[in-house]
Design a protein. Structure first.
Length: 234
């Protein structure tokens, strides 16, 4: 394979230089026009494909919503009777119904939440730990406390971490602003309903328990579909 010799600009005549500049400008214009045409073709392809895909997904979403409502409705009498008969505590978040190798679990999930006064409890703790010594042991303790006081992405404290704080306060700092601050935080605990959920599973012919996909993310694609072109190349 041969390679073209580099052009010596200095050896060109003024006319040749102008011709070369015009050629480069024309090539650049052609490249821009091709890119614009390619982008337009992509937009047209998306516009032609997306509506039908959205229709399918809307129908799937509506079907899942209807199925969810139907299942909760079907089991309403059963759950009420179960609670009355067995005397299940009202704070039970899920119920599992199993029959003939099939199982449905339905219930609700909650996320942590705290009232505004929890910030005063946090301030009390920060003020107290500011009075602690600066030796290595104290630094490790401070690091642990700060970690337990970190808020999540939604700006809420983690109730499990608050419980760890309470254990530290009760054991090592009783009758202090540290303990009183944690107590104030716990008193402001206001969990929030996150979502109602349904999970289903079944035992296949080989005796293996499998979850029934109930979201488009967990649903499996056909084995013959090859999407490896979307994966990163090494």
């Amino acid at each position: 394979m041969t390679t073209a010799n580099p052009i010596d600009i200095k050896a060109l005549t003024p006319e040749q230089r102008r011709a070369l500049a015009e050629q480069l400008k024309a090539d650049e214009k052609t490249a821009k026009e091709k890119r614009a045409a390619d982008l337009k073709a992509l937009d047209e392809l998306a516009a032609g494909t997306l509506p039908e895909s959205m229709r399918i997904l809307r129908e799937a979403s509506q079907t899942l919503e209807q199925a969810k409502a139907k299942v909760f409705s079907d089991f309403e009498i059963y759950l009420k009777q179960k609670i009355e008969t067995i005397g299940i505590k009202s704070n039970q978040q899920s119920h599992t119904i199993t029959s003939g190798g099939e199982s449905i679990r339905l219930g609700y999930r909650i996320t942590d939440g705290y009232g505004e006064n929890a910030s005063y409890g946090i301030a009390m703790i920060h003020k107290f730990i500011g009075t602690l010594g600066k030796d290595e042991n104290s630094k490790k303790l401070l690091s642990m406390i700060y970690r337990l006081l970190q808020r999540n992405g939604k700006g809420d404290l983690d109730s499990k971490k608050v419980l760890e704080l309470r254990q530290i306060a009760d054991k090592d700092f009783p009758d202090t602003d540290f303990q009183r601050g944690v107590e104030l935080i716990q008193a402001e605990y206001k969990p929030k309903l996150s979502k109602w959920f349904i999970e289903a599973s079944y035992t296949d012919k080989t005796g293996i328990e499998k979850n029934l996909p109930l979201s488009i993310t967990s649903a499996e694609l056909p084995t013959e579909m090859d999407l490896t072109f979307l994966l990163p190349t090494e």
